[in-house]
Design a protein around this ligand. Structure first.
Ligand code: ADP
Length: 233
């Protein structure tokens, strides 16, 4: 599903002698896997995610997602790609002047769904994320955890195959963080591949999913699902 083959990325403006943000990274993620990416700030996690979303291009190596080799990607493939991959961020990125319903509907509107389809789909995703009854609220009336749920609803409304969550609990207290982690697990159980970055080792241990550690642009550990707790004892 997601293949990175010897991917190197050096940002423009950084000296050739400096370490690249990603240095010959190879990685294979299977459909429906839940993968946790960990590493200190600046390790290369976001750059790796941007390889998958096609926000940044590698200087060398191949990125293949869902059978599409990004070096062959044509403009006509882009909408398909956007549909395939949902993304949520630490800072939610909600539209402040739109309600919960409207925020969740946003991606569907952009994609040209009819008002009827939107009326059908949005309550389903709001129910999935546990926000039924909050449709008319505005973001400033919500807790951080609820805001992240809206962001997740917006990303999953189009039923992406892959959900990328870049530090989704970074702005949340513990209680709300656990709710978001459980929601990501639920979405994964429904068959979506989840790629999560986190600094929170309690979350890593609780999930006990495949955990990849990046350091200095390289993968330094790749612990399979079910082994994490043991590996830490
Ligand atoms: P992480 O997500 O693990 O914090 P990043 O992928 O953001 O790491 O960053 C990896 C390296 O690339 C860091 O040295 C960072 O400073 C650099 N970097 C990230 N984005 C850019 C950019 N747009 N321009 C230049 N350097 C960048």
């Amino acid at each position: 599903m997601i293949i990175l083959d010897q991917v190197t990325k050096q940002y423009k403006g950084t000296g050739k002698s400096e370490q690249p943000a990603l240095d010959r990274v190879s990685l294979h993620i299977k459909p429906k896997e839940f993968v946790v990416l960990v590493g200190v700030s600046g390790a290369g996690k976001s750059t790796l995610l941007k390889m998958v979303t096609h926000e940044e291009r590698p200087d060398a190596g191949r990125v293949i997602v869902g059978g599409i080799n990004y070096s062959d990607l044509r403009a006509k493939h882009i909408p398909h790609l956007r549909r395939r991959i949902g993304v949520v961020f630490q800072d939610f990125k909600l539209l402040p002047d739109r309600t919960v319903f409207e925020n969740a509907a946003f991606a569907l509107e952009i994609a040209g769904h009819t008002p009827k389809e939107i009326k059908d789909l949005v309550p389903k995703v709001l129910d999935l994320v546990g926000l039924s009854g909050k449709e008319k609220h505005f973001p400033h009336e919500l807790s951080g955890g609820e805001k992240q749920r809206v962001a997740i609803a917006r990303s999953v409304a189009r039923q992406p195959r892959i959900l990328i969550a870049d530090e989704p609990t970074g702005n949340l207290d513990d209680m709300h963080s656990w709710g978001i982690v459980e929601l990501l697990q639920k979405i994964n159980r429904f068959g979506t591949t989840v790629l999560l970055t986190t600094h929170n080792m309690a979350i890593v241990e609780y999930l006990n999913e495949r955990t990849i550690t990046i350091d200095g642009g390289k993968i330094v550990a790749d612990v399979p699902k079910g082994r994490h707790r043991r590996a830490h004892r």
